[in-house]
Design a protein around this ligand. Structure first.
Ligand SMILES: *[C@@H]1O[C@H](CO)[C@@H](O)[C@H](O)[C@H]1NC(C)=O
Ligand SMILES: *[C@@H]1O[C@H](CO)[C@@H](O)[C@H](O)[C@H]1NC(C)=O
Ligand SMILES: *[C@@H]1O[C@H](CO)[C@@H](O)[C@H](O)[C@H]1NC(C)=O
Ligand SMILES: *[C@@H]1O[C@H](CO)[C@@H](O)[C@H](O)[C@H]1NC(C)=O
Length: 456
């Protein structure tokens, strides 16, 4: 999922009831042969895999300090049940869709740009943490303690175990992050995002060390691919050669998405009832990673992406700051201009071979026309084009264009017809391709395909 907690909420709400029943059954039957005994291998057979989720696949816990000033009595007492040290689940908690509690959720999950520090921070009195770093459990279950609600990487992680012999904690790891934060261009601090890159680096190092020094495969979905790219581009060539075998990305929006403009303008609840779109919109606008996912000039050029008849203006990726002002979000202009624009100007080479798996042939928002009521009303017209339903094709394919002259940078793009942005984590055709890529690496039969695109 690209950068929109609420849209994930939407999906979640729909699947919750079914998933709850199914996974209750399956989780009670699936007791792991335990005691930390590792079944003995001749030697490390597989390159370890580190899963890096898209934004919606991450979980967040929060606790409230004395500085927190709740906007209502409900927010003062909710949630009634809190864990050790006062920690409770902030994302994802099903109660976010209950009307008065959506407010509490929104005021706690919002982050703020602090111009004095030139960085983002949490709401006052709200401390947050990402649970279970290193493990895939929070990627598999919406609540890893109860294991009741299936998370969106559950099928992929289970497939790696059942079909490719991977084993949680031995050669299979998860690298969740605080999806609200992002990174910034050179010279700008990103306390949370940079700390994540360091944690990811250490996790990759320990994954290699635990597997006979075999370099890891980074398997990243959506926004996770952008984080992986930045981690690699900021590391040294010898470090990369020693620690990373290949970056495999699934549905990564290298150059942003037009749909993100819709999210900023209107909020994106994906049509779920009960959720207050304006609350969700505020919360989505506050997220730095959502700015990171706006369409970039490098990919979208001067093409008109949005028209507002009310403003008598058209907006391309090159005048995003005017767009942010006109939708009534002037607070976004400075962080976008100073931090995000320089970050996305270039697509740096990761310096390790890359395989991009991309869904195609799914209707994807390509342009929007807002009428005489401007951005306060829903768009009058939405034009769809090619992509994975969330990310436009040009953005998915960007690495082929962005790294053209570097023989050292191998890029393989595998197109998966009719596979959607998150379907890539569970559709059989996609899982088969992921297994094929991993097998090829593990059997050392990979042929580096340079600047080519193969359709399957
Ligand atoms: C947009 O158009 C201007 C003027 O024609 C041109 O100078 C600029 O390079 C274009 N920008 C992009 C990103 O294509
Ligand atoms: C945005 O840029 C495009 C060219 O890229 C131009 O045609 C359009 O008028 C600009 N819109 C605004 C609001 O500046
Ligand atoms: C809309 O803008 C164009 C130039 O961008 C101008 O020619 C036209 O008169 C404007 N229309 C209105 C109604 O303001
Ligand atoms: C895998 O193949 C490459 C050449 O493609 C070779 O340099 C490398 O030593 C091989 N690795 C193993 C573990 O056999």
């Amino acid at each position: 999922m690209v950068g929109r907690p609420s849209s994930v909420a939407a999906v979640v709400v729909v699947v919750v009831l079914v998933a709850a029943m199914v996974s209750t059954l399956s989780s009670c039957c699936c007791v792991r042969a335990g005691g930390g005994e590792r079944r003995r291998r001749q030697e490390a057979e597989r390159h370890p895999v580190v899963l890096i989720p898209g934004s919606g696949g991450n979980q967040l816990e929060a606790r409230l300090t004395e500085e927190y000033s709740p906007s209502s009595l409900a927010c003062r007492v909710w949630p009634v049940m809190r864990g050790k040290g006062g920690w409770f689940r902030l994302w994802f908690a099903p109660s976010v869709v209950v009307a008065p509690l959506t407010n509490c959720f929104a005021e706690r999950i919002k982050i703020y740009y602090d111009p004095a520090a030139d960085d983002y921070r949490n709401a006052a009195g709200v401390e947050t943490r990402v649970p279970d770093f290193g493990s895939t459990s929070t990627l598999r279950y919406l609540d890893p303690n109860l294991k009741l609600l299936t998370g969106y990487m559950n099928v992929l992680a289970s497939t790696l175990e059942k079909k490719a012999g991977y084993e949680e904690g031995f050669d299979l790891f998860g690298a969740p992050y605080d999806f609200r934060y992002g990174l910034a261009g050179p010279g700008h601090p990103s306390r949370v995002g940079s700390a994540y890159l360091e944690r990811l680096t250490k996790l990759v190092e320990s994954a290699c060390a635990a597997n006979g020094g075999k370099p890891a495969i980074l398997l990243a979905h959506s926004l996770g691919g952008l984080y992986a790219l930045q981690m690699l581009a900021r590391s040294s060539p010898p470090w990369r050669a020693a620690h990373v075998k290949r970056l495999v990305t699934l549905s990564t929006p290298w150059g942003g998405t037009v749909q993100e403009m819709l999210t900023f303008a209107s909020g994106n609840t994906l049509g779920v009832p009960f959720v207050d779109a304006s609350l969700i919109r505020d919360e989505q606008r506050s997220s730095e990673s959502n700015l990171w996912l706006l369409p970039v000039p490098r990919v979208f050029g001067n093409t008109t992406l949005v028209v507002s008849r009310h403003h008598n203006r058209s907006y391309s990726a090159t005048n995003m700051t005017q767009f942010l002002r006109d939708i009534g979000f002037p607070e976004g202009v400075e962080p976008y201009r100073a931090r995000i624009r320089p970050l996305v100007e270039l697509l740096p080479e990761p310096g390790v071979p890359v395989t991009c798996l991309v869904g195609t042939g799914v209707d994807t928002v390509e342009s929007l026309v807002y009428g005489n009521d401007g951005f306060e009303a829903a768009p009058e017209k939405v034009v769809y084009g090619d992509g994975d339903g969330t990310v436009n094709l040009a953005s998915l394919m960007d690495p082929i264009k962005a790294w053209p002259d570097s023989p050292a940078q191998a890029v393989e793009v595998v197109e998966l017809p009719k596979v959607s942005h998150s379907g890539i984590l569970k559709d059989k055709s996609a899982l088969d391709q992921i297994l094929r890529v991993l097998d090829a690496i593990n059997l050392n039969a990979t042929t580096s395909i340079h600047r080519s695109s193969l359709s399957v």
